[in-house]
Design a protein around this ligand. Structure first.
Ligand code: AKB
Length: 316
């Protein structure tokens, strides 16, 4: 179903959107993938393929692009992440929810056929189980971002049940990649630490050393999106969002795994408001529904991820 589609990535200049756009172009061809963002792209990425500058909170702007380019699949990657959202609650709610409603309504109104929307481990809260948090459990998120993601999940399930919309979603853990910079997340320390190590600079960590969180290498995350979207619709039994697991580690473990490559690397811990957000989230994920329904299997363990990150960042 995906081969003859035109794909539109909203938030294509962001951490996940930029890598996803590149992979989709490799897979389906440059002319089959339209990148879009509210911000103009950097020069290099604009040369790779078609880019349109649009605000995902405007239904009319989206409709215009969808009609002009005959788009059938939309990946809604535009969002305000957990730490930034705590500082801009109503703006975060507005962006995260209105963009989702716009895309779901484009599908309901018959203009597009398939939707991917990322949820997050932020849907869980302090009352959820910490270890191997199950697909279905108590969910009482305490962050604006988490509340918007949990509400979004319920709306995805509603649009699927009520209108038959083919919307698919993954609850992403913290994502780590060399290709793009993250912005405003609680898990972002796990990206920043690599940049400092490779630059031979000391690292100040905004989380405490023993704060375990679920994480994933970007290559695995992008592969998960593509595999989920290419799966036969009958296999997709969860229409809210799938738990997705790969790694779980603390800042201390990540630091220790960098030491063999950078023996003089120094870290100090200065936890800030993000510590409380991290403590409200689970430490590890039970992703058996994703594994059983559509065959999810992560490929990168901590060692592989550290080696790949460092060699790519060094070459960059
Ligand atoms: C964040 O830290 O806000 C994100 C997420 C876990 O969704 N990376």
């Amino acid at each position: 179903m995906q081969q003859n589609s035109t794909h539109l990535v909203l938030g294509a200049s962001g951490q996940i959107g930029s890598v996803l756009t590149t992979e989709l172009r490799k897979k389906y061809g440059s002319s089959a993938v339209i990148a879009s963002d509210i911000k103009a792209p950097k020069k290099e990425s604009s040369q790779m393929g078609l880019f349109v500058q649009i605000d995902a909170t405007s239904y009319d702007a989206l409709l215009n692009v969808v009609k002009s380019y005959n788009v059938s699949t939309v990946y809604l990657m535009a969002a305000m992440l957990s730490a930034t959202a705590e500082n801009h609650p109503s703006k975060a709610w507005d962006l995260n929810m209105s963009s989702l409603f716009n895309v779901l309504n484009l599908a309901k109104d018959g203009f597009i056929k398939h939707v991917f929307w990322p949820s997050s481990i932020a849907v869980f809260g302090p009352s959820s189980p910490k270890i191997n948090v199950p697909q279905l459990t108590i969910m009482e998120p305490t962050t604006v971002y988490g509340i918007s993601k949990l509400s979004g999940e319920r709306w995805c399930a509603y649009y699927n049940k009520k209108y038959g919309i083919d919307v698919r979603s993954l609850r992403f853990p913290g994502l780590i990649g060399w290709q793009s910079s993250p912005g405003g997340g609680t898990t972002d320390y796990a990206v920043d630490i690599f940049h400092k190590a490779v630059a031979h600079q000391p690292f100040e960590c905004f989380l405490a050393k023993n704060t375990a969180l679920p994480m994933m290498y970007m290559d695995d995350a992008i592969r998960a999106v593509i595999e989920l979207m290419e799966s036969d619709s009958k296999k997709i039994k969860v229409r809210s969002s799938y738990n997705l697991g790969a790694l779980s580690f603390t800042p201390k473990t990540l630091y220790q795994s960098l030491l063999p490559l950078f023996p003089n690397f120094e870290i100090n811990y200065a936890p800030d408001f993000r510590q409380e957000i991290a403590e409200s989230w689970p430490q590890s994920i039970d992703d058996s529904s994703a594994r059983n329904d559509w065959g999810w299997q992560p490929q990168f363990d901590l060692k592989l991820m550290v080696e790949d990150m460092c060699s790519n960042l060094r070459n960059k």
